[in-house]
Write a protein that binds this ligand. Structure first.
Ligand SMILES: [Zn+2]
Ligand SMILES: [Zn+2]
Length: 365
């Protein structure tokens, strides 16, 4: 919403045809409200007073007023005619009736804005679902002033520039623009709230529990009703919309409905078996290694994979990778050669089968 800086006539709330005396009366009436000595000297009241005084200074000087009118693009010669006694009477009556302080329109209730936040959902949580605490910073209703922005809202005058609407109709098309004099509030805050400085809203941090569905996808939008920004003037709060960014897991990957984890084992573990700590979707588990296992062999834990669409869960598969020693010192070398001897040609099952297959192929050619 663009702001509209009111011209001098609008600032004083007088017709462009107003008589100098009408303008003066209006200025004096407004001074009684906004003069820093009366309004307590707050910045907002002082600014309002300065704007009104500036407008009066312009309109009370015939040459300045003519210049101002030319800048506004007013060419109507009637404008410079002095207004009639009847018009003046209307102005004075209108002024008395509005009483400036008494008339206040309550703006319509406005639903709070939705708050959209990017949320990193950990791998396991995205698959299993559940509550995810999300910390959000948002604008909240100020409790001290109850959202009015004013220390004493009952003392604040209704804005005479926009007649309490907060909006001005401008130009030939009568477009709606926010009134700059009251910043769209419809009233002028004489003493801004000490907590929020007149905003009526404050930034606060809050933790919201977001319900993550089972098998949540990257880019999913999760809505938490009523956890968005506060409504204004009694309006309902908006929603929190969590934009899901799926986190990767350095150890676990998804394969259909199964979860796969590479499991490096030492030669001794692979040959002799034992048990090792392994990750799962739920945390850390103890996995029993049957003896012996070979590289590429999978140890399957049924029903511990990802939830399936039609109920139940896939499997959790640990894929064995036999690790080769990084150290090749003389001791390691001697031990490996001793192992080679001890196992013998027949003892290496996969290697023996592979060599036999290659030998058969050579004979067939
Ligand atoms: Zn406040
Ligand atoms: Zn206004």
């Amino acid at each position: 919403m663009r702001l509209h800086r009111p011209d001098a006539y609008r600032l004083l709330g007088v017709s462009p045809r107003a008589h100098a005396e009408t303008i003066r009366e209006r200025y004096l009436a407004l001074s009684r409200i906004y003069h820093p000595d009366r309004a307590g000297g707050s910045t907002s009241a002082t600014e309002a007073f300065q704007q009104i005084s500036g407008a009066y200074k312009t309109l009370s000087d015939a040459a300045e007023r003519e210049k101002h009118d030319r800048e506004l693009g007013m060419r109507d010669p009637l404008r410079f005619a002095e207004d009639t006694a009847a018009e003046r009477a209307v102005h004075v009556l209108d002024q008395a009736a509005s009483n400036l302080r008494g008339r206040r329109r309550l703006p319509a209730a406005k639903t709070g804005r939705d708050l959209r936040v990017k949320v990193a959902v950990p791998f396991a949580r995205a698959l299993l679902g559940g509550e995810l605490p999300v910390s959000v910073e948002y604008e909240s209703h100020c409790d001290r002033c109850d959202g009015s922005g004013s220390e004493r809202a009952s003392d604040d005058p209704s804005c005479h520039v926009c007649d309490g609407h907060g909006q001005l109709r401008v130009g030939l098309r009568r477009e709606s623009r926010q009134c700059a004099f009251c910043a769209g509030r419809g009233r002028v805050i004489l003493r801004p709230c000490l907590d929020c400085g007149g905003e009526g809203r404050r930034k606060v941090q809050r933790t919201v529990q977001v319900a993550v569905p089972v098998r949540c996808r990257d880019g999913a939008l999760l809505r938490v009703r009523g956890a968005g920004e506060h409504g204004q003037h009694g309006g309902k709060p908006g929603d929190l919309v969590a934009d899901v960014r799926l986190g990767a897991d350095p150890l676990l990957t998804l394969d259909g409905d199964d979860i796969v984890c590479a499991l490096p084992l030492s030669l001794a573990e692979a040959v002799l078996g034992g048990s090792v700590d392994v990750p799962s979707l739920e945390g850390i588990e103890r996995l029993r290694i049957p003896a012996p296992v070979s590289s590429g062999q999978e140890l399957r834990v049924p029903g511990r994979g990802a939830p399936r669409g039609k109920g139940g869960r896939g499997d959790l598969r640990y894929r064995v990778e036999i690790d080769v020693p990084a150290a090749t010192g003389s001791q390691v070398r001697a031990a490996v050669l001793a192992l080679e001897d001890a196992v013998g040609a027949e003892g290496w099952r996969r290697r023996g089968a592979f060599r036999a297959a290659v030998a058969r192929r050579r004979e067939e050619r």
